[in-house]
Design a protein around this ligand. Sequence first.
Ligand SMILES: Nc1ncnc2c1ncn2[C@@H]1O[C@H](COP(=O)(O)OP(=O)(O)OP(=O)(O)O)[C@@H](O)[C@H]1O
Ligand SMILES: [Mg+2]
Length: 258
Amino acid sequence: MSDWLALDNLALAYDTPRGVREVVRDFTLGLAKGQIGSLLGASGCGKSTVLRAIAGFEPVRRGQVSLGGTVLSSAHVHCPPERRQVGMMFQDYALFPHLTVAQNVGFGLRRQPRQASAMQVAQMLDMVGLAEAGDSYPHELSGGQQQRVALARALAPEPDVLLLDEPFSNLDVDTREHLAFEVRDILRSSGHTAILVTHNQAEAFAIADRIGVMAAGRLLQWDSPYNLHHHPRDDAVADFVRRESLNERRAAAQNRRL
Ligand SMILES: Nc1ncnc2c1ncn2[C@@H]1O[C@H](COP(=O)(O)OP(=O)(O)OP(=O)(O)O)[C@@H](O)[C@H]1O
Ligand SMILES: [Mg+2]
């Protein structure tokens, strides 16, 4: 199967007062249409930077980003973010508080005929189980409901790929688990291609077809959840998978005791 989203030997850097700082290098991955990928790794390893480059917010120093066979970014090409069919759902990418739920979901459809847009909004709200909430304002909804509205808003323009950057991290453990599965089902049934960045390994293993373990700006392994567990490429990956799942089991046990 050919890759729908392809990152080839990507290098990404920030200009800082102390000079150029390369934070992602030799980064190669491919994702088929309709698949869900996930990036895992310690804080600061470059996960959000990779997503921002796919969305077009970071220039590419070397290598390229392509989607559906079109090069969007390289050292010579830069398709601006608003011309990419990329949807985003970030933890701090809040809903507009002064707009209703329906207006939030329809935000990316402003240029479409009113009737088509209204139909799409209704369909999206139905998909995330909030058909009745169109006239509510964000503050009238729970955190989990707000994230579902954010998902509907991101999917309404039918993006070629959806990027999720720790979208559940503000939620309590139960809502978070529940919503993660719900989001997976919505993405699967609508056939969307997506990349989820998370700190939570259990979440990645529950949702993703392909998981990438990152460290210090590099992708150590990009593989199926099964292979990551059973055939880690090296000790670093094996340690990461083992350590994280141990931490999560400890946290879960602690939660149960509370
Ligand atoms: N605007 C910026 N200017 C300079 N350096 C930056 C900038 N944004 C991020 N960095 C640096 O780039 C590296 C990667 O950051 P990034 O935000 O991609 O990490 P991350 O894996 O998403 O971390 P987290 O899990 O904490 O969200 C970090 O070392 C960070 O300090
Ligand atoms: Mg981040």
